[in-house]
Design a protein around this ligand. Structure first.
Ligand SMILES: *Cc1c(COP(=O)(O)O)cnc(C)c1O
Length: 370
């Protein structure tokens, strides 16, 4: 049985697209009964993408199935990726690259401090990623070029660059599949068709793939992308371009893939739960994390999923969601990494990362997500 719903619907794509199985799909959909009671949304559901991969969950795994699939098809020996110091994407890439026998380099930019940054750095180290600190985007670009050249000289083949957040058209297809997977779960009666699907938006791949996939699957659910990163890095125009490119790729590989219309109205982005900046926690997001943790035991992340869930909290209070079916698409890993972290000392990391361990975390980080 084909695991990806997208491949069941479009078998040609399975032959054309690089893909390696990393996640156990479909991820479960659950009703959040007690949380729903507390905030007056009786039809509140969660999509458990925190459980995508056995070693590490979260939204990056669906994209990496295609991106690392491409690295294998190309016979690359190494991959390089980049993000901010606490990047979940860089960690996911390190974990699954190692599993597939690929060497991984992560180029990491500075960010505001939090407990999860410490854990992700140590876990990346545990999974043998080469962690490099880059003070700014210019340095990052320079290092990326050096990396390409070095890979070429060493293996006669450049390392494959995995884009930030895995959000290129090939990675986005992971979430086009996510939408078809949801449609199947709706048909099977696991949940009614949602009115709204709330999802955090960083490098835009998750929300773009969902919007495109839901349209192609003929669903009417509206995706609410909650922007959690600076506006110059993510917004409706960039999303539409990414959607267009992804659609072109799918239609080129399989001419029977629905040529849906990419319309501006479908790419409205919510900016009001962002707060003071990327990875800066907000009061409402902290409250949202606490509610989720207390009622379900599920950990949200102050940079991403807690901000998306805080939008649900806010809209529920403003009575916008009365009588609606709401799906919270949980993008943050729930697999335990404590075993990977506990035997490592931050002193083993490159010096530039020590400050995340020696300086305080931001005041709103109360340690839900360590
Ligand atoms: C990367 C990430 C996101 C953002 O998804 P994009 O596809 O980059 O928009 C959301 N939540 C979590 C937990 C993430 O790590």
């Amino acid at each position: 049985m084909k695991e990806l719903q997208l491949f069941r619907e479009f078998p040609v794509l399975e032959n054309e697209l690089p893909h390696v199985r990393l996640a156990s799909l479909p991820t479960p959909v659950e009703k959040l009964t007690t949380v729903g009671d507390k905030i007056n949304i009786p039809n509140l559901y969660i999509k458990r993408d925190d459980l995508t991969g056995r070693e590490y969950g979260g939204n990056k795994v669906r994209k990496l199935e295609f991106l690392l699939g491409k690295a294998l098809r190309r016979k690359s020996r190494e991959v390089a990726t980049f993000g901010f110091a606490g990047s979940n994407h860089a960690l996911a890439t390190a974990i699954y690259a190692q599993k597939l026998g690929l060497k991984c380099t992560s180029l990491l930019l500075p960010q505001v401090n939090a407990h999860y940054v410490r854990r992700n750095l140590l876990a990346g180290f545990h999974y043998n990623a080469r962690l490099c600190y880059c003070k700014n985007f210019v340095l990052l670009f320079g290092m990326l070029c050096c990396k390409l050249l070095a890979g070429y000289l060493k293996h006669g083949k450049a390392s494959m660059i995995v884009p930030a957040g895995g959000s290129c058209p090939l990675g986005v297809i992971g979430y086009v599949n996510g939408a078809f997977e949801l449609q199947k779960q709706i048909v099977e009666g696991k949940l009614p068709e949602p009115d709204f699907i709330y999802v955090p938006m960083g490098s835009m791949g998750t929300s773009t793939g969902l919007i495109l996939g839901l349209k192609a699957a003929g669903l009417k659910s509206r995706v609410i992308p909650i922007r959690v990163i600076e506006e110059n890095l993510a917004g409706p125009k960039k999303m539409m371009r990414l959607a267009q490119k992804t659609l072109s790729l799918l239609c080129k590989l399989d001419p029977t893939f629905p040529k849906v219309k990419i319309a501006k109205e479908d790419f409205a982005v919510r900016d009001d739960c962002f707060g003071p900046g990327y990875a800066h926690f907000t009061d409402l997001a902290v409250e949202a994390s606490k509610l989720m943790k207390d009622e379900t035991g599920i950990t949200l992340n102050g940079t991403y999923s807690a901000k998306a869930f805080s939008a649900i909290l806010k809209d529920a209070r403003n009575l916008i969601l009365r009588g609606k079916t709401v799906l919270f698409w949980n993008t943050y890993n729930s697999r335990d990494l404590s075993f990977a972290v506990k035997n490592h000392d931050y002193q083993d990391l490159p010096q530039s990362f020590h400050r995340y361990f020696e300086e305080d975390v931001q005041p709103l980080d109360s340690g839900y997500d360590k």
